[in-house]
Write a protein that binds this ligand. Structure first.
Ligand code: 5HY
Length: 245
């Protein structure tokens, strides 16, 4: 099976890291294709960044549909463009936040999200509400790290995030942690060992969920909201997004 992982930001080192982490958990017969869109923000840390990441995501979904991709992962904790992507894709499309939150609800009674900048906390809260996870989400904490600090060799990111995870367990009545950024995927195991509690990385969870759904031959339903969009004209820079059918 072929799974395309889309890092919506355009930082190639993060895309490479995400692809590596995905391949450490994927099945032998799964081909992981990790990409960044041709257009989009270098990192996603605001509603503005999220909005501007969506055209690039959808462009990758459209090209994936021409290349017989079996399933997709949107590897950004805001799950940007998830529902629009599901309208375009035949196969399943998994957002890492949705995957991580559901996984946390299977292995604990309450999770804390540890994310990057404070301004992205509400985005995670809104996702928990959208996914029916508010009764499991004890808190959303910011490490106050810009996303691209995770890409800086020798940065203090690992220690800062580990301390935030430890504080979450102590103060939030949480029994597990959800990492609130795809760029934290490589920190998951070491932080779990350091704090003595499950730490959940949405990239790995999304890979296993996509594999399961594809193995069950379950595609995105086209009977309701996620039916293919109606053909229409799109003006200006978006003209290439016109769908012929
Ligand atoms: C992410 N931003 O997973 C999110 C994390 C965040 O560029 N990749 C990004 O802070 O919202």
């Amino acid at each position: 099976m072929k799974i395309k992982i889309i890092n919506p930001n355009t930082t190639q080192s993060m895309t490479d890291k995400i692809g590596h982490c995905a391949r450490t958990v994927s099945q032998a017969n799964t081909r992981i294709i990790a990409v960044s869109p041709r257009m989009g923000p270098a990192s996603i840390e605001s509603h503005y960044d999220e909005a501007l990441s969506v055209p690039g995501i959808l462009d990758e979904i459209l090209s994936g549909e021409r290349e017989d991709v079996d399933g997709y992962i949107i590897a950004c904790f805001g799950d940007p463009g998830l529902y629009a992507a599901r309208e375009l894709a035949r196969g399943p499309v998994i957002g890492i936040a949705e995957a991580a939150m559901h996984t946390a609800s299977f292995i604990g009674t309450g999770f804390s999200v540890v994310t990057t900048l404070p301004r992205t906390c509400n985005i995670a809260w809104h996702l928990a509400e959208r996914y029916g996870m508010e009764r499991f989400c004890r808190n959303v904490r910011a490490s106050d790290l810009p996303v691209l600090d995770l890409e800086k060799p020798g940065s203090d990111a690992r220690r800062i995030i580990t301390d935030a995870c430890r504080q979450a367990l102590d103060e939030d009545r949480s029994d597990c942690i959800v990492l609130g950024c795809a760029g934290m995927a490589d920190l998951c195991e070491s932080i779990s060992d350091a704090i003595g509690a499950p730490v959940i990385d949405g990239v790995a969870c999304a890979v296993k969920m996509a594999e399961s759904l594809i193995s069950l031959r379950l595609s995105t339903s086209k009977r309701g909201d996620w039916a293919r969009p109606l053909p229409k004209h799109y003006a200006g820079m978006l003209s290439t997004f016109a769908l012929d059918t």
